[in-house]
Design a protein around this ligand. Structure first.
Ligand SMILES: NC(=O)c1ccc[n+]([C@@H]2O[C@H](COP(=O)([O-])OP(=O)(O)OC[C@H]3O[C@@H](n4cnc5c(N)ncnc54)[C@H](O)[C@@H]3O)[C@@H](O)[C@H]2O)c1
Length: 374
């Protein structure tokens, strides 16, 4: 199901030359690189634009593997001066702005969500205006609210009830404003809930759809924090990577709007559990809905992405069962790699212990020799 890396990346690599600043630089700064999306979008962009051309950044200290994989700077997006310095010093041409607080985390700390999300995107767009940079920054299905039709077109009622949704409506409108008023090439997608295997999700209402796979393999059962019939739009990471890079590299003259719905899958927790049970026999689910159920009830069930399909040829690839098969295979392989590493470490420990014992025996023998000599 997953298209070969070569067939996806080769045509994109040609277009990649055109993406970047008006001055011609194609170096990209990616914010929020340590998060669920960043963990996979960063290496994907590097495979298209070149490792040295995509600079990962996050307010958090990165895990050692990420640090070793290419250029990285610690950056707080609420600090305009830090961002300005990085753009100037690294001759940056574009920003992929992911850093944000998501729905569940945002409800626990609304003031911080306002600060990170609103000030962050304002700093990014202002830097883009001053330096002539392109910007891609995702929006979300959380921009919609209870009065939005459940089968949701691009242009519709946007009255979200979470602070996260409010900040993302701000992001969409500010991006459009900077495009119309200052000519900033701002592009955005309303990501559905994201399912992925490389990093755990960071505090969203759709996190259950990732946790469930981990628990299916670890325990054969899962307690879901949403109700069994909570249908939401979702997307598997390979489709998200495809949608993101296709929009980033799309011919600007074909785009009729700055922010697009992108549809892929829509399923309920019960349907997801049924799909997982096909690959994990005996898998069981029960339900203990919490505050996230109330958030889910305000969101769309299905996104109408007719305009993305028409303007830049959007087409998702993964069905629900194809996603389950791929997620479980990837997690099993990752688990096997972790076990292999543990065995290797154990073997190394045994070897070192044997070495130490041998040295000790030699030392004791030499002491014994000394004693005899005396
Ligand atoms: N994951 C989803 O299901 C989903 C769905 C819709 C939209 N999105 C959007 O995709 C983007 C990435 O989401 P994600 O799932 O990777 O989120 P995440 O919570 O996993 O990661 C966000 C990252 O931003 C970083 N960050 C927080 N505050 C920062 C600051 N002040 N400066 C710099 N970095 C900071 C965090 O350390 C974290 O690594 C977000 O803009 C989000 O709104 C995600």
């Amino acid at each position: 199901m997953r298209r070969s890396a070569v067939s996806v990346i080769a045509p994109l690599a040609d277009k990649a030359r055109a993406f970047g600043s008006k001055a011609g630089s194609k170096r990209i700064v990616l914010t929020g690189a340590c998060g669920q999306v960043g963990a996979e979008l960063l290496p994907h962009l590097r495979s298209i634009f070149g490792v040295e051309n995509v600079i990962g950044t996050d307010v958090r200290e990165p895990p050692p593997l990420l640090l070793a994989s290419g250029p990285f700077h610690q950056l707080d997006v609420t600090n305009a001066l830090q961002l300005e310095r990085l753009i100037t010093e690294e001759k940056v041409g574009a920003i992929v702005h992911l850093a944000a607080l998501l729905s569940a985390t945002g409800e626990k700390n609304p003031m911080q969500a306002l600060q990170v999300n609103n000030v962050g995107v304002t700093n990014v767009l202002e830097a883009a205006r001053v330096h002539g940079l392109s910007v891609f920054s995702p929006s979300t299905i959380a921009v919609f609210g209870p009065s939005t039709p459940k089968h949701t077109p691009d242009e519709t009622v946007m009255r979200p009830t979470t602070i996260y949704g409010v900040t993302k409506v701000h992001l969409e409108l500010l991006g459009e404003y900077y495009h119309t008023k200052f000519g900033v090439d701002f592009r955005s997608l309303r990501y559905p809930g994201v399912v992925s295997s490389a990093a755990m999700p960071g505090g969203g209402t759709t996190d259950y759809a990732v946790e469930i796979y981990h628990e299916a393999l670890a325990k054969g059962r899962y307690t879901c924090f949403l109700k069994e019939d909570a249908m939401l739009p979702m997307m598997y990471m390979p489709d998200l990577l495809k949608a993101t890079t296709e929009l980033m590299l799309a011919d600007g003259s074909k785009l009729t709007q700055r922010t697009y719905n992108v549809g892929s899958l829509s399923f309920t927790p019960a349907e997801l559990a049924e799909s997982i049970a096909k690959f994990v026999p005996g898998f069981e689910i029960d339900y203990a809905p919490d505050f996230r159920q109330a958030i889910a009830e305000t969101w769309p069930q299905r996104l109408d992405d007719t305009i993305a399909r028409r303007d830049w040829g959007w087409e998702p690839e993964y069905s629900l069962d194809a996603m389950s098969a791929d997620m479980l295979a990837t997690l099993r392989k990752a688990g096997a790699a972790v076990r292999a590493e543990a065995v290797e470490a154990l073997t190394e420990d045994v070897r070192r212990a044997a070495e130490k014992r041998e040295q000790m025996m030699k030392f004791l023998a030499s002491q014994a020799d000394e004693t005899v000599k005396v």
